[in-house]
Design a protein around this ligand. Structure first.
Ligand SMILES: [Fe+2]
Length: 350
């Protein structure tokens, strides 16, 4: 009897474990381009906020730009669940979408999460299923089973691409797994209240980040965050809700002085470029926010951002870095594009 029940529960466990995997149609097997870090990057595309229930037509436009790499900046799906079966099914919808498969066929993919794919709207370290949702996200991104990120807490990672003298480091921050709670006002126009003692990254990730920046021999250092770092006037999620962490990140950049640091973020269902000056840094610090692959704001309202350069883009969009390695120093151009590959914003950063 004991043997039968062990067999039965083992079988049940197997079914449950398998059921929570992301399913990929066998016809797509081996059609994704492999990640090759020796490849020098000239075109990097990025974006966020991809509701799996909405049209995935943006991928056709991303692919037109022939990116050497795609960076997910979070909200890959709108999971908003504690049920890992539901989450896995939503990832499966994107992973089997014919237009997303076009991207996978032409471009390797890396990424981070934001709240909705982490698991719950605006969630932080308190979200109870964060270890399970981490596994699903790493599986979605095809991160190898033996990658070190799978054996520690959080989903932060880094990649260095390119030959010597033409290196780009991509630092992918986890701004959810360790993030302290936030409080919001109630009613219409809810506003986040600053958590003056709260932290975004957690000490282990701060120590890792410092090392990643100190050890970097890359000519360009891209730092990705699920939500905005520089912009601080709006009432939504931002590093500005954790003033100590925002200041700490800037102080770290001032201390280490990485070559050509560029911040990238998502979350906001719009796109904008922000620029600030940090004393001691040779160049201004830029942050490009690209969000809204499948949806954007219903009305074109204004939003204050003292750091904004150029227009606020309230259109479905993705971002593109174009890097020219022909000179002594790389030249970096950023673009925001949308449906029909329409250009909304272009700025030379360095
Ligand atoms: Fe978000």
């Amino acid at each position: 009897m004991k043997k039968i029940s062990i067999f039965f529960f083992g079988f049940l466990f197997l079914i449950t474990a398998c059921a929570q995997d992301i399913k990929v149609d066998p016809k797509f097997a081996n059609t994704a381009r492999k990640l090759d870090t020796k490849n020098t990057l000239q075109t990097i595309a990025f974006g966020s906020c991809n509701n799996q229930s909405k049209s995935q037509e943006m991928w056709k436009n991303v692919v037109v730009n022939k990116p050497d790499l795609w960076i997910w900046l979070g909200d890959i799906i709108y999971a908003d669940t504690k049920n890992m079966q539901v989450m896995a099914d939503k990832y499966s919808v994107v992973k089997n979408n014919i237009d997303y498969r076009r991207l996978l066929a032409c471009s390797p993919v890396v990424g981070i999460w934001d709240d909705h794919d982490f698991g719950w709207n605006d969630a932080g370290k308190e979200y109870p299923m964060k270890r399970e949702s981490k596994r699903l996200m790493l599986d979605f991104l095809d991160v190898p089973k033996n990658a070190s990120v799978r054996n520690r807490e959080g989903i932060y990672q880094s990649y260095v691409f390119g030959e010597s003298g033409k290196k780009v480091k991509i630092i992918l921050l986890d701004t959810r797994f360790f993030r302290d709670p936030v409080e919001r006002t109630s009613g219409r126009n809810k506003k986040y209240l600053p958590n003056h003692d709260g932290d975004v990254l957690g000490e282990a990730q701060w120590a890792w980040l410092e090392k990643e920046l100190e050890n970097s021999d890359a000519q360009i250092n891209i730092i990705a965050s699920g939500y905005q770092i520089i912009a601080k006037e709006h009432r939504f999620e931002k590093w500005g809700n954790f003033p100590k962490s925002r200041a700490r990140l800037f102080e770290l950049l001032q201390k280490v002085k990485p070559a050509m640091p560029i911040l990238v973020s998502g979350d906001r269902h719009m796109a904008e470029l922000s620029r600030t000056t940090l004393v001691g840094l040779e160049n201004p610090l830029f942050e490009i926010t690209s969000s809204g692959l499948t949806h954007t704001w219903k009305e074109k309202r204004k939003e204050a951002n003292q750091y904004r350069v150029g227009d606020l883009v309230i259109e479905k969009n993705f971002g593109v870095f174009k890097i020219d390695w022909s000179g002594k120093q790389p030249k970096v151009m950023v673009e925001v594009r949308g449906l029909k590959n329409r250009l909304f914003l272009r700025e030379e950063l360095f």
